[in-house]
Ligand binder design. Structure first.
Ligand code: 4NP
Length: 152
């Protein structure tokens, strides 16, 4: 079974590119690349076409993950058909995705959902915020892989 997973934040330059890169790495370490299609997008359009924020590229690189070739894009209606699992980084993103047409989508979820926890927006903060995002997307990505592979 092919799993299709889309990670979504606000700008698609800080959190969801890191979530995409970390989840690719987790899937690859598990030898499951062939069973996954993975992407990321933003609910907003301000940064469309841009590479990830340099601070996200840097924190990924510190963990031996290269996300520099990613480019930001906005979520589209087609994403709700193309992706079985759409993963919001925080509850604001989740609400925006429901408004965009995913209200009835069973695969729409928060990254950290038991208990519900936001991956905080690090854009206006310092570098510590990016390390925190890294740790949260790693924990969330590992749990997500367990959830998806347990389901088969
Ligand atoms: P992201 O962070 O949603 O994690 O990509 C942000 C990036 C840009 C902005 C807000 C959040 N912005 O307001 O431009």
């Amino acid at each position: 079974m092919l799993h299709t997973v889309l990670f979504v934040c606000l700008g698609n330059i800080c959190r969801s590119p890191l979530a995409e890169g970390v989840f690719r790495s987790i899937v690859s370490e598990a030898g499951l690349e062939d069973r996954f299609e993975i992407d990321s997008a933003g609910t907003g359009a301000w940064h469309v076409g841009n590479p990830p924020d340099p601070r996200s590229i840097e924190i990924a690189a510190q963990h031996r993950i290269d996300i520099s070739s990613q480019r930001a894009r906005q979520v589209s209606a087609g994403d709700f058909r193309r992706f079985e699992t759409i993963v919001a980084m925080d509850r604001d993103n989740l609400a925006a995705l429901k408004r965009l047409g995913g209200a009835g989508s069973t695969g729409l979820r928060l990254l950290l959902n038991t208990p519900p926890q936001d991956v905080p927006d690090p854009y206006y903060g310092g570098p510590d915020g990016f390390e925190q995002v890294y740790q949260l997307v790693r924990t969330g990505g590992e749990r997500l892989l367990q959830d998806l592979t347990a389901r088969v």
